[in-house]
Design a protein around this ligand. Structure first.
Ligand code: DHB
Ligand code: MG
Length: 590
């Protein structure tokens, strides 16, 4: 069975005035919205006009919210609360919305008495029912007495009114580690509304966690696939609605955020097998990485083996590593990545469904028709089959001895802070790469957050500066890099230096510390020290890696040796690497 589910987004997810939010939601393809009361209060237009505006945009208003601190109160407070409710019902009638969310009380006036709560909610539901309206009762994770969904359901069941049901919000349930399986015991028709939000695991109170750090499904650590399946198995057939309070999204271009939001819902439905989407391609590896502008790859042992038939692009190769040097475009950055996928046409269809912006390609006569999409940071991602695209390059016949580089290990793409979560979801949903854990470290010019995403033979690291304030931190954007594989980092560093490569010098203090904190022999540390090779290990193996100085305005190279099954990217060494790059830059300027 494939229920055809509608999609909705709470206006609180998006930035701007109500109309900014509505147009963004409609353009991204949402069917409906949850109207947040504050968005209504701040709007010049009356409810009827807003209803018309939504209808014109093809949006239904699926929920009005929130109505707070209603239940389990003394009689005088109840009378005032009912008066408040009647005014909301008037507004709802004008808006044409039939369901209002009532969140569990946080009021100091509330009484710890389920019977009283049930009785008063029954009264509210009776008033609502007389007007064809419904009450969806939601347990806030920080509700004063009611803060779990099973408790909210017990009260709703006790009240026993057809116009009263529950609203399930994944954040309130999963943030507290409550088991969503018991949702299956709730009759589907008593689940009046479903709100979906993901979040990163954070050791903090649920209230600030919820109000600042919620994410769209697939961007955080919650298992929304299982959660949503439980809700659908219970028989819920209302909209899949996003309710994400997030400091960054509140400031982001709402059109972009709405597309990110829709991508998350498409990805979620795909994970539930509710859509006809080609499966995520498992990339078999990097076809190529492209740098823009001058890059001296000869000193790294690369050979210029081809020249593009119609574009100012050179192909440089060594082992399995292929680097394109493109003379056109913003110099000094990574412009494009080619990923090899088994079925590029299917991968392109998937990318389209997931709202990945397609890039127009001009293929010359006889050239391979490559599909390319734009990642959130602007990097062009080419979906390549086999090595067809190599035919676009005229062989130069040049050859040179190799220097030990064997392939591409990973590509590090620095992200603007505001795109960090969007980028993770993009690579996860469009290319099927699995996100690793998010790590933070203190770099010389501020905190940096990073995570790897990998799958098949493709690994990417996404890094962002957490805050950028004032004029002290270098104005230069943190550079991106391509990491190559080799079988012997120390030998490779020696060879490259002989070829004239400018390798990044690592301070002696680093090696003194390495000797003290690891079981590496003095000889081994000495060899690393002589060659400025950095070291890391995890439970699976070891990682030896070294860097070039900046090879363009914003790009450098890394060479890595993975021993055993080491899974990481040498993040512990990043602050030392960053300081060294800064020094090298300063030295180059002086
Ligand atoms: O943070 C809140 O107050 C709040 C309001 C309404 C909701 O649906 C919710 O999940 C949280
Ligand atoms: Mg909610």
């Amino acid at each position: 069975m494939r229920p055809d589910l509608r999609t909705a987004i709470a206006t609180v997810c998006l930035s701007g005035t109500l109309d900014d939010k509505l147009t963004a939601a409609a353009e991204a393809g949402f069917d409906g919205i949850e109207l947040f009361e504050n968005d209504l209060l701040a709007d010049r237009r009356g409810p009827a006009e807003i209803r018309q505006r939504c209808a014109d945009l093809g949006l239904s208003i699926d929920l009005y919210q929130p109505f707070r601190d209603f239940e389990a109160v003394p009689p005088d407070v109840l009378a005032a609360n009912l008066r408040r409710a009647e005014q909301k019902f008037d507004v709802m009638a004008e808006l044409g919305v039939d369901t209002v969310l009532v969140c569990s009380s946080v009021s100091p006036e509330a009484i710890d008495d389920d019977d009283l709560a049930a009785e008063q909610l029954h009264l509210l539901a009776t008033r609502a029912g007389e007007r064809g309206l419904r009450i969806a009762y939601e347990a806030l994770a920080w509700g004063r007495y009611v803060n779990g969904y099973e408790h909210a359901w017990r009260i709703v069941r006790r009240a026993g009114h057809p116009s009263l049901g529950v609203c399930l919000d994944s954040f309130h349930i999963l943030s507290k580690g409550d088991d969503p399986r018991a949702i299956r015991a709730i009759p589907g028709e008593k689940i009046f509304f479903l709100q979906l939000a993901d979040a990163p695991t954070l050791p903090m109170d649920v209230l600030p966690w919820s109000r600042h750090h919620r994410l769209f499904p697939g961007q955080g650590d919650f298992d929304l696939t299982t959660f949503t399946r439980d809700v659908l198995d219970a028989g819920y057939r209302g909209p899949l609605s996003l309710e994400v309070f997030n400091d960054v999204f509140r400031q982001s271009d709402p059109h972009r955020a709405a597309v990110d939001a829709m991508r998350s819902l498409v990805g979620l439905q795909d994970s539930l097998r509710l859509l006809d989407v080609p499966a995520a391609p498992v990339p078999t590896g990097y076809a190529f990485a492209e740098v823009v502008g001058e890059s001296d790859l000869a000193v790294l042992g690369f050979t210029r083996t081809g020249v593009h038939r119609s574009k100012p692009v050179e192909l440089w190769t060594q082992g399995e590593a292929r680097v394109l040097v493109n003379a056109e475009g913003e110099p000094g950055a990574i412009g494009a990545l080619g990923v090899s996928v088994p079925d590029p046409a299917a991968a392109a269809r998937r990318a389209k469904v997931l709202l990945a912006p397609p890039l127009a390609r001009k293929a010359g006569p006889g050239e391979a028709p490559l599909t390319a999409i734009a990642a959130p940071d602007g990097t062009e991602i080419f979906l390549c089959a086999d090595d067809d695209w190599l035919g676009d390059f005229v062989p130069t016949g040049e050859s040179a001895p190799e220097a030990g580089i064997t392939g591409i290990d990973h590509v590090a793409l620095t992200q603007p802070f505001d795109n960090f979560d969007e980028a993770g979801l993009f690579y996860r949903s469009v290319l099927g790469l699995e996100p690793g854990v998010t790590a933070e470290f203190a770099a010389p010019f501020g905190l940096v957050r990073g995570r790897g995403v990998s799958g098949g033979g493709v690994r990417l690291t996404l890094d962002c500066a957490l805050v950028r304030r004032g004029g002290w931190a270098p104005a230069v954007e943190e550079p991106q890099h391509i990491a190559f594989t080799c079988a012997d980092a120390v030998a490779c560093a020696e060879t490259l230096r002989q070829l004239g490569a400018r390798l990044l010098e690592i301070p002696g203090n680093y090696y003194d510390d390495l000797l003290a904190r690891t079981k590496l022999s003095a000889d081994r540390v000495d060899a690393l020290r002589q060659n400025s090779v950095l070291y890391d290990r995890d439970e699976f193996g070891e990682y030896l890696h070294f860097y070039t100085e900046l090879a363009g305005a914003r790009v450098f190279f890394e060479v890595v040796e993975r021993i055993g099954g080491y899974r990481g990217f040498g993040v512990v060494n990043a602050p030392v690497r960053m300081a060294a790059h800064h020094e090298a830059r300063r030295f180059a300027r002086a």
